[in-house]
Design a protein around this ligand. Sequence first.
Ligand SMILES: Cc1ncc(COP(=O)(O)O)c(C=O)c1O
Length: 280
Amino acid sequence: MSERLAAQAGTLAGLARRGRLRALSGRAGVDFASNDYLGLAASPAMTAAAQGALERGEPVGSGGSRLLRGNHPEHEALEAEAGGFFGSEGAGFWPTGFAAISALRATVRLRRDAIFADALIHASMHEGLKLSKAAHYLLPHNDVAAMDAAIAAWRASGGMGTPWIAVESLYSMDGDFAPLAALAQVAARHDALMLVDEAHATGVFGPGGRGLVGNLANRDQIITLHTCGQGAAGMAACCACHHADDQTTGGTHTQRMDTDGRRNQTCLGQREQAQAQCQP
Ligand SMILES: Cc1ncc(COP(=O)(O)O)c(C=O)c1O
């Protein structure tokens, strides 16, 4: 064994001695721990949907990036349906929530923007923050006043771009909800965009399981992330942009993501522009 591998083996042996070596275990008992909140993963309806797609002859792989040959009517139908379901003007899908967040974060390229994230936000958001060229700040958990003050201080110190507020609607670790209505007021006050990770609310909370942002008034300033690995019992994730009426979209920033998240841009525009930008 090489010296380097021997060192790794020593580390693993040390973990085992301390009872800290982790291993995969089989499934047993009643499920109170997984993300399959609605118990749909093995449901006959999900199985039938998958079987139906295979029987219709849908391909099991895209064969390439959607920008090239990989785009398929099934993708577009799914995105249109998701957009309708979440009441947004568009929805874009990625293979996982992690990938969606990375793509979103990479879109916040403008050095003038700044991201203000709740300290307890999911690990995927923390990773995404590292990808963004925008300045980012971690704020005490669910502290609206701290969020407000941090954005105000950033502006006062010459911050010129768009502030982004990044939160989860329902935090998985502590099981508490974000004060979304109060945060939305902060966003409105500072002309900020909100990125709300609805991973743990999708399918479970809000009108018809659409998530908790559905209850807010100023949804034109909000981008939501809906992962499919929790309540929806599958995998993948979509981002939905919400735009209200002509009066409110006059100065709205919106994000455009191409389907594989590689070429992105942020824009400031009117309703028509916003609509075009939000199309996946
Ligand atoms: C709050 C939250 N956001 C994002 C993700 C990432 O989703 P995925 O597992 O689809 O990459 C998770 C995964 O558990 C999550 O809990």
